[in-house]
Design a protein around this ligand. Structure first.
Ligand code: CTP
Length: 400
């Protein structure tokens, strides 16, 4: 995949009368130098033929999840990631619902679920379907997860009703594709270092001091930066997740190992310290398992502060050093103070009281604190926080 040259989209053609416009979209995209891998749903194949798509893309068209040939040539996971952008045109109410619910009964929906690339949807459906509360909820959910939309346009539809629901014009979809591809390369040539997960500080060979961090926010940031074209080194404490694709994952256990791995990864254009590093380590971990009936007294010493060390790294200091502040009270005030003490450029403050469900959860509500002040972001999925942060990093690095 990394040897692939040029720009490529994966185009999912859903079922609907507007599917014929997908052919014009393919023609315009290939003319603009964008290679197209086409995937046709069963319903899509009722409106356009694989042969027309094949003729226009100049490549084989994928239709069947269970096709052994597909699996031997290119597995569906690889297919979902072998493009810079996934475009769904027309995106039917059914496809949006499947994606929102995480259903994967066919090749198109499986690819949408498996991809780690940005998704651009061009909806087309009857106006009542578009305005149905189920579709409204699905698209809001998908927007929150970072799916982008182009259209639908308003006008008379094939069913002779009037309103929003018409597929955007192919030229408008192409413009949106061009914009996504340009944004997608916003961190090209940059090296981003991310720390994630908890650290585990040994007490003896079988016990450790740890915390509840899932690593989810840090992994999402690493994936979002990679999606913008950055080379990413993700230094992670023990978590149960697999590393995002296209990211160099360095697994560590202790704070000291995390610091050493970060320093070895420098230079970097940006460092994002999302790890929940243990604050203390046992001064002298036992070499043999501690036994009852004695109750051990643990003597603790502070762990190295990775964020503060990177922010004070002299000539090898990354131009943008970003930390998180996990607080349970006076969140913004404490986080602002943390930014000053640790000399971070930005701090993302979050309220980790158990009732917020943030630590270990799927959502995050952050306040971004920079030299210019504090900016509170709405509660959103951690992936959306990551995408927004990656955009901000790209903008800041461009300006520096
Ligand atoms: N951090 C770090 N190394 C440490 C401790 C924290 O790199 N040894 C980083 C975290 O990754 C985070 C930021 O510092 O980006 C703040 O972490 P937080 O847990 O909120 O604060 P602490 O520094 O641990 O301070 P306290 O627990 O006293 O609030």
């Amino acid at each position: 995949m990394s040897e692939r040259q040029g720009r490529r989209i994966l185009l999912v053609v859903g079922g609907g009368i507007a599917a014929y416009k997908a052919l014009e979209l393919v023609r315009l995209a290939t003319k603009a130098g964008i290679a197209v891998t086409a995937v046709l749903t069963e319903a899509g194949a009722r409106f356009v033929t694989p042969l027309s798509l094949q003729a226009l893309t100049g490549e084989r068209v994928y239709q069947d999840l269970w096709s052994l040939t597909d699996e031997s040539e290119m597995g569906h996971i690889q297919l979902s990631r072998a493009a810079d952008l996934v475009v769904v045109a027309p995106a039917t109410a059914d496809l949006l619902a499947k994606l929102a619910a995480g259903l994967a009964p066919d090749l198109a929906s499986t690819l949408l679920l498996a991809t780690d690339k940005p998704v651009l949807a061009a909806p087309a459906m009857n106006v009542r379907m578009w305005e149905h509360p189920a579709t409204v909820a699905n698209r809001e959910l998908l927007r929150g997860r970072g799916v982008r939309f182009v259209g639908p346009d308003e006008g008379e539809m094939a069913c002779h009703e009037w309103g929003p629901g018409r597929l955007a014009e192919p030229a408008a979809i192409l413009a949106a594709i061009e914009a996504e591809l340009a944004a997608g390369a916003a961190l090209a040539g940059r090296h981003v270092l991310v720390t994630a997960g908890p650290t585990q500080e040994p007490i003896d060979p079988v016990r450790y001091l740890g915390n509840r961090s899932s690593g989810r926010q840090g992994y999402a940031i690493a994936a979002a930066c990679a999606a913008l074209g950055a080379r990413v080194t993700l230094v992670s404490g023990p978590v149960s997740m697999a590393g995002p694709s296209c990211v160099k994952l360095v697994r560590v256990e202790t704070a000291a190992e995390m610091l050493a791995a970060c320093e070895a990864a420098l230079p970097a254009d940006a460092a994002i310290c999302a790890a929940a590093v243990a604050d203390w380590q046992v001064a002298a971990p036992a070499t043999e398992k501690l036994k009852k009936p004695q109750t051990p007294m643990l003597s603790l010493v502070p762990t190295p502060d990775i964020l503060a060390t990177l922010a004070a790294a002299g000539p090898s200091r990354p131009p943008l050093v970003i930390g998180f502040a996990a607080e349970t009270n006076d969140v913004v005030r404490n986080a602002t103070e943390k930014r000053r003490l640790k000399r971070a450029d930005w701090i993302l403050a979050n309220d980790v009281r158990p009732e917020t469900g943030i630590m270990g959860g799927a959502h995050n509500a952050v306040t971004l604190i920079t030299g210019e002040g504090a900016e509170t972001w709405p509660d959103m999925p951690k992936e959306a926080v990551a995408a927004r942060l990656a955009d901000r990093i790209a903008t800041a690095l461009r300006a520096s």
